[in-house]
Design a protein around this ligand. Sequence first.
Ligand code: UDX
Length: 449
Amino acid sequence: MRIAIIGSGYVGLVTGACLADFGHHVTCIDSNPKKIALLQSGEIPIFEPGLASLVRTNSQSERLSFTTGLAGPVGEADVVFIAVGTPSRRGDGHADLTFVYAAARDVARAVRGFTVVATKSTVPVGTCDEVERVIRKANPQAHVAVVSNPEFLREGAAIEDFKRPDRIVVGTLDDQRARDVMAQVYRPLFLNQSPILFTDRRTSELIKYSANAFLAMKITFINEIADLCEQVGAHVQEVARGIGLDNRIGAKFLNAGPGYGGSCFPKDTVALMKTAQDNGAPLRLIETTVAVNDQRKRAMARKVVSACGGSLRGKTVAVLGLTFKPNTDDMREAPSISIIQALVDLGARVRAFDPAGHEQAVAVLNETVVLARDPYNCVEGAHAVVIITEWDVFRALDLAQIARQMATPVMVDLRNVYRRDEVVKHGFTYANLGDGVCGDERTLSVAAE
Ligand code: UDX
C-alpha cells in the first residue's frame, strides 16, 4: 500500500518507520525543511531507542522516504495519516487543532481517487467530523473517507508498542471500504494476534482520551496511597503488588512517583476535562486528578527539605534525572521542572545530571541548574541527592563512593529505585515514597505502641 504521513514528529515518525517495516511504501512529510533534510541524511531528530536503525533500514530499502512536498505523496496514497501536533491552546487548555485543519485543507487539494484520511493525532470528540467538513469545503469532488485511528504508543518503548499493541482502534462512519483499507494497513499486526476494534468515529476519539485519563488517574491514585502509607506505616510497593494481582485492577501503572508528566497525560487530561465541562457532563475524577498531580510535583521539594533537616538555604542539591521518564530526551511537563524551581525558591543550589535530557533541559531550566557530566560529578560536595527519573544508570550506583563524595549523605528517592537497607548501610539518610518506616516520627511512634 502507499501511505503518506503528514507530520514527522514523534507519532508520525514512529508510525512511518513501523509501517514501512511492515512492507508498505511510506512517505513522511513535514513542513520543517531542516527536519526533513536531517531525516534524509539518516539522522533522527528525536531520541527513541531502535528508531534510527529502523529508519535507516527502511530508507535503504526505499520503502521509507521524507519530503516537504505534500502534493505528490498524498496524490498517490491509499491512506493519508494526519499526525501533526495538537498542543494545549493558550489560555483555556483545549486542544489546538490549527495544524490538523491546515493539514486537512492541504489534503483536500492534493487527493486523487479514493483515499482514506486517518487522524492519528490525539483529537477531541467531533474533530473527524470537522476534518471531513473542511475537506469537502476545500474540494467538493474529493473522494475521501475520514477515519479516526488513535495511537497509544509510549515514548521510550514506541516501536515495541506500535508493533505489539494491546489493540488497534479504528473509528469510521458505516463505511466498509474504509474499514477494509485500514484492516490492510494493520494486517501484519493481526497475524501477531493484536485485536482491532472497529467503532464509530466519536467513540474512537473518546477511547484515546479516556485511556490516557484513566491511566493518569491510576497513577494519581497510587501516589495518594503512597502518601497515606507514609502516615500509617504501610508500604506502597506491596500495596501496589497486592492490588495489582487482582486482574480487574492490573499491575501496570501502579508505581508511585513525583507525579505524571510528558507530552500526553497533562495535556490530554485537561483537554478531556474541558470537553466534558463544555458538554455539561463534568468529569470530577479527572478534575481532581489534574489538581492533585499539579500539587504533587512541588510537594516533592518539601520531602527534600525535611530529609535535609528543615532547611535548604545555602545547600547544594544534586538531581539525578530530568526527563519526564527514562529512555527519552523529552522534558515536556517533566516533574523535575517544578521540583527544581521549588528547590531553588527554597534557597538551594541545584546541580543535575540526565543521560539524554541536557539539551532540552537547558531550554526549559535556563540558569536554574548547573549540569554535571555524570552522576558522580553531580553529587560532589552535595548536601542531598534526589532521584527524579528512574534511568537504568541510576539503579546500580556505587553508593559507597556517592556517600564519600557528598557533604552530607542524604538520598531522596522519588522513584523507589533502591531498597532502604542497601542505602542506609552506607550511612545515608534515606527518604522515598510510600515507605511507612522512613524515619517519620509519627510512624515510628505508632510502630512502638
Ligand atoms: C502515555 C501513554 O502511556 C500512551 O499510551 C499514550 O499514547 C501517550 O501517553 P508516555 O507519555 O510516553 O505515554 O509515557 P508513560 O510511560 O505512559 O508515562 C507517563 C508519565 O506517567 C511519566 O511521567 C511516568 O513517569 C508516569 N508514570 C507512569 C508513573 O508515575 N507511574 C507509573 O506507574 C507509570
